[in-house]
Design a protein around this ligand. Structure first.
Ligand code: PNS
Length: 160
């Protein structure tokens, strides 16, 4: 089926993302995770290098099936540069769905590349990087695990 490309901000990478990565690896065999790096817009919490490193640590169990790269500019250009067969995205809510539908249709109209939309397991559906950052910034505690251990430790360190 060829390599697939999973782009995102991943600030930070969480269990919903990991769920999608594991599904995509099962489907495509090989996945490149693209960490969006916008030099003009500083990241919310972690630098692109930190985000990429945390994803690498969180996906070691998947071995060579996963590769993590930073990218800037258009997702379709980054996907083309690795000759990806598909873009992988996910949607949690209906508003996510509408945004993803528009992006998928735009990317298809522009280049012909198709997007495969995956859904996380229900127990991961509520997880968002935005709320993880807000809890961490205010030292809020969560009784449910929402991110890989290395990410939770990096969040605690960043906000100590
Ligand atoms: O994790 P996010 O923030 O939802 O990821 C969004 C991302 C980076 C995948 C999206 O913003 C994107 O594709 N950005 C690259 C710019 C681009 O290709 N824009 C045209 C979209 S049709």
């Amino acid at each position: 089926m060829g390599v697939a490309f999973y782009p995102g901000s991943f600030d930070p990478f969480h269990l919903g993302h990991l769920d999608i990565v594991e599904q995509a690896v099962g489907m495509f065999g090989e996945l490149v995770i693209g960490v969006m790096h916008n030099p003009a817009k500083p990241s919310g919490m972690f630098t692109a290098d930190e985000r990429a490193d945390l994803i690498r640590q969180s996906t070691t169990h998947l071995g060579k099936a996963v590769c993590v790269e930073k990218f800037s500019g258009l997702t379709v250009d980054a996907a083309a540069s690795i000759t990806a067969s598909f873009i992988v995205k996910s949607a949690r809510t209906t508003s996510d769905f509408e945004t993803e539908q528009q992006m998928a249709q735009t990317n298809r109209a522009a280049t012909g590349i198709d997007t495969v939309l995956l859904f996380s397991s229900p127990e991961h559906q509520f997880i968002t990087s935005t709320y993880i950052r807000q809890f961490a910034q205010h030292k809020g505690t969560m009784r449910t695990k929402v991110a890989p251990q290395c990410v939770l430790e990096a969040l605690a360190k960043k906000n100590s």
